[in-house]
Design a protein around this ligand. Structure first.
Ligand SMILES: [Zn+2]
Length: 161
């Protein structure tokens, strides 16, 4: 019995360690790397608090909630193309919501800010915090809900041809 508990403890220790290492490796993978003071100088206060400090904007506060015209939503920090209007839906939560992202545009992490684990969505190019992903999205498409801070995005309308 004792041996088993030691084994379990060892396994827990190993898995915690590799998770921490993984996070660090991910952080070094971002192709856009800037110091916090550089980001602070480039972003608005609100953008900085959300993208770099993982804060959440007030629901129903983003003008991007109402956007329905075709176009692309890019990272407000680095311009990486993240979402398209065709994948946006009204989730009723007050945050811009999408059922999928542009392929290979995101990075994932996890946080326990509210005491339970949530999957955090980050910009794949600069590591900026965007929001979280949940499994209660539209069932007829992906079933996923990307719940995104509007302040982390900029909308670029598609040019009319
Ligand atoms: Zn970015």
């Amino acid at each position: 019995m004792k041996k088993i508990s030691i084994l379990i403890l060892a396994l827990v220790f190993i898995s915690c360690k590799s998770e921490a290492q993984q996070d660090k490796e991910n952080a070094e993978e971002y192709k856009i790397q800037k110091t916090e003071s550089k980001w602070k100088a480039e972003l608005t206060n609100q953008e900085f608090r959300i993208l770099r400090k993982a804060e959440t904007e007030r629901p129903f506060s983003s003008p991007l909630n109402d956007i329905k015209q075709p176009g692309v939503f890019v990272c407000a920090a680095c311009g990486n193309e993240l979402y398209e209007t065709e994948h946006k839906f009204d989730s009723g939560t007050g945050w811009p919501s999408f059922d999928r992202a542009v392929e290979n545009s995101l990075a994932f992490s996890s946080d326990r800010k509210l005491g339970y684990q949530r999957s955090e969505l980050l910009c794949g190019d600069c590591g900026g915090h965007l929001g979280h992903i949940f499994d209660d999205g539209p069932k007829e498409t992906t079933g996923k809900r990307h719940c995104i801070n509007g302040a982390a995005l900029e909308f670029i309308p598609k040019e009319k041809s």
